[in-house]
Design a protein around this ligand. Sequence first.
Ligand code: SUD
Ligand code: ADP
Length: 291
Amino acid sequence: MDASTTITLPAPAKLNLFLHITGRRNDGYHQLETLFQFLDVGDRLRFQPRSDQQIELLDDSGIATDDNLVMKAARLLKHYAEQHQQPVTGVSIGLQKLLPAGGGLGGGSSDAATTLLGLRHLWQLSISDTELRQLALSLGADVPIFIYGQAAFARGVGEQFFPASPACPWYLVAKPNDLHIATAELFQHPDLPRQTASIDFADWYFANSHNDFQQLVCQRYPEVAKLLSWLLEYAPARLTGTGACIFGSFATEAEARAAHAQLPANCSAFVARGLNQSPVIDALANAAGAS
Ligand SMILES: C[C@@](CO)(OP(=O)(O)O)[C@H](O)COP(=O)(O)OP(=O)(O)OC[C@H]1O[C@@H](n2ccc(N)nc2=O)[C@H](O)[C@@H]1O
Ligand SMILES: Nc1ncnc2c1ncn2[C@@H]1O[C@H](COP(=O)(O)OP(=O)(O)O)[C@@H](O)[C@H]1O
């Protein structure tokens, strides 16, 4: 495939297999320890070069174009290219949203990362992965992991990575309908635990870790507490990120689908496989190979 032709790329979801808050920085941002893993489910983005210089976003998400992380990422990379005297073309970006916004699955962050990666390819920009991750961090704490593209333990605000190879089970990911949790609001809550002791990642396993947001989210949103109690009857289960999604891990797809079939009313869910490499990395390698 020629770099100037249309490309379609995935923007996978992530799970936080655990999430500890170990402190707070002077600027108010929290220091975290977490383990990121990707899912084989996510949004899709299509990048089509234009003959003018416009960046156009075609999307069905209902998010205002100027607020959309896809648009922010595209403008940021265009600005970088212009500052470094690297030519760019216009582009129409089609966003197909499948992941719930504000679900703790990092959908918006993943869309932003796929935009940075897709446009670097399309525009043939000379920018290293490290620089791209720095640009990504300015869009949000969760964006760099989707550029990194490998399952990883993370420290800092979630931007210092240590490669990991957790088991890749089948997950049932579920959330109460019509529930969006505002990440910033939860981070500011006085009852949030902020002093979990730092762990040695080599000693990590699921049962000796937790998610520091889970208790607070369950208190504030009883529908999450109820859904989590239900899922725990079937599998080890936990909140991802700041929620509202929870996940349960299963040895087989059939077991995950059997639990899905019993999903309580007023909830939505999907079954997905855990992945230790982001599918966007494979898709870009294919696109580069075909150029
Ligand atoms: C909690 C996590 C765990 O992976 O995921 P989500 O639940 O959002 O998916 C992330 O740290 C979320 O990252 P992200 O959603 O990109 O957050 P940002 O846009 O950078 O920040 C939103 C707001 O959350 C707070 N924030 C975020 C990250 C952090 N380490 N400390 C913070 O205090 C800040 O108040 C910030 O203004
Ligand atoms: N392309 C996008 N997809 C989803 N949310 C977006 C997008 N662009 C901006 N946002 C904003 O980012 C917020 C967080 O989105 P998202 O990353 O999907 O959830 P979370 O941070 O809970 O994992 C949303 O509430 C939404 O307002």
